[in-house]
Write a protein that binds this ligand. Structure first.
Ligand code: GLY
Ligand code: MN
Ligand code: MN
Length: 443
């Protein structure tokens, strides 16, 4: 049957290609050009090679028609090209004297594969246009060695400085001895991290939408939470909203933990039943157009917090609020962490026995978000406008089967911050009101 189908294919259909049709739309070519220019500016002089992701498949490696092909592009490759094409190579030639150059190598189109997997971008004008490149810059991967040989031969015979992504599965298989500096390649990751840390307008738009969608998911989960519901029902309610609103996948496996499961930081089995009197920690975020939100809410199964739960919750909330209020350009993550931990120590009273509750706040205060939910970029740099981060304190008391985490997403602005996830109930009274309205049919 396969052979028969392949044999009938004499033309290549030009249907809508994956990312063009996604709800996030294409990345504006001018922004892709600016991202590449910024990277080459950092490189100074040299050649960078980045490899696209491959389609994944459990079929044999030489299978032409992989079934398990929920393709997701490598983040850096997408950041710099906006393309979802698998198995490409991006080459950036940075010149200190003279204009920089870019080459993109893509696999040729294949009618037989496309009959099974759908239309793909090939090395042609369409890919060039989407990536913001001249048509002459896009070539077939089959031409890679030949083009590179002609591009990187320096007049004095010295090999160029080579930049690749170290310690990533997408590092290219470099043709040995043909080119590359004697001192070994330079790691591109710190340069990419520094760039991706500060989001441009299109990245911020995608993150905003990822957060909006995730908020709807959280609200949906709050509406189905009740004694006797299963953790997976809450997860399904949220993830249904994610997909319904255009998210392509979850940003990370959803965490829905009731009772003691809420004290396991990355519990993602979602197999237990919710019981009266428990809290449920829900840490769920959608990925929209390659960008992921990361939001946590902790809610009472019964719809009302017990006094003990309320006290622990309000301590976590006060710590989160103190850190949020300090978010502005120039502040470091270390300073935010110090503010949070000091607030926790000062306000713990005897809530956690003789120890400060700080001892039960067993993870970091927050992290950058973006294309990776724990996004790239060093943590020593002070916050700057365009950085997007989470603030997520928590207290975990397994002996009491009680865990509380509150996690929100913030955009650093010129004079402070914007709380992107403000719309989902966060205080105990907001949560109780929302759940009560949901149960009485008002939501
Ligand atoms: N969702 C994982 C985290 O909060 O870091
Ligand atoms: Mn997080
Ligand atoms: Mn989270």
């Amino acid at each position: 049957m396969r052979r028969f189908l392949v044999g009938q294919l004499l033309f290549l259909p030009s249907l809508v290609l994956a990312q063009e049709g996604s709800p996030a739309g294409p990345v504006p070519p001018a922004l892709l050009q600016a991202r590449r220019a910024a990277l080459m500016e950092r490189m100074g002089e040299g050649v960078a090679i980045l490899r696209a992701a491959s389609e994944r498949s459990n079929d044999p490696p030489d299978s032409e028609y992989p079934q398990d092909s929920d393709f997701r592009q490598d983040n850096d490759f997408f950041y710099l090209t906006g393309l979802e094409a698998p198995d490409g190579l991006l080459v950036l030639l940075a010149h200190e004297n003279g204009p920089d150059e870019v080459r993109l190598f893509l696999p040729p189109r294949n009618a037989g594969r496309e009959r099974w997997l759908g239309p793909r971008l090939g090395p042609d004008a369409r890919a060039a246009e989407q990536a913001g490149l001249p048509a002459s810059a896009v070539r077939s991967v089959a031409d890679f060695d030949q083009v590179m040989d002609s591009l990187v031969t320096l007049p004095d015979g010295r090999p160029p400085r080579l930049f690749i992504k170290r310690s990533r599965s997408v590092a290219p298989n470099l043709p040995a001895g043909r080119w590359g500096s004697a001192s070994g390649p330079v790691d591109l990751n710190p340069h990419l991290g520094a760039l991706r840390l500060v989001k441009d307008s299109n990245e911020i738009a995608r993150l905003r939408r990822a957060v909006e969608i995730s908020l709807e998911g959280h609200l949906a989960a709050m509406r189905v939470a009740r004694p006797g519901a299963w953790e997976y029902e809450l997860e399904a309610a949220a993830e249904y909203e994610f997909r319904r609103l255009g998210a392509e996948r979850v940003g990370y496996p959803s965490i829905v933990g009731a009772g003691v499961n809420g004290t396991i930081l990355h519990y993602d089995e979602s197999r237990a039943r919710l019981e009266e009197g428990q809290l449920v920690v829900m840490d769920m975020g959608a990925e929209f157009g390659y960008y992921s939100a990361d939001i946590t809410r902790t809610i009472p199964v019964s719809g009302r917090f017990t006094e003990r739960q309320r006290a622990i919750y309000n301590l976590v909330l006060a710590v989160q609020q103190a850190a949020i209020e300090a978010v502005r350009p120039g502040v470091t993550m270390a300073q935010l962490n110090e503010i949070a931990r000091r607030t926790m120590r000062e306000r713990s009273g005897d809530l956690c026995g003789r120890q400060s509750c700080d001892a039960y706040f067993i993870h970091g205060l927050g992290h950058w978000i973006g294309m990776d939910v724990h996004d790239v970029g060093g943590y020593s740099r002070p916050l700057a406008p365009g950085v997007v981060l989470t603030i997520e304190p928590g207290i975990y008391l397994p002996e009491e089967k009680l865990g509380v985490r509150i996690e929100d997403d913030l955009l650093v602005t010129a004079d402070g911050h914007e709380l992107l996830s403000a719309r989902v109930p966060r205080t105990t009274s907001e949560i109780e009101r929302y759940m009560s309205q949901a149960r009485s049919g008002e939501r």
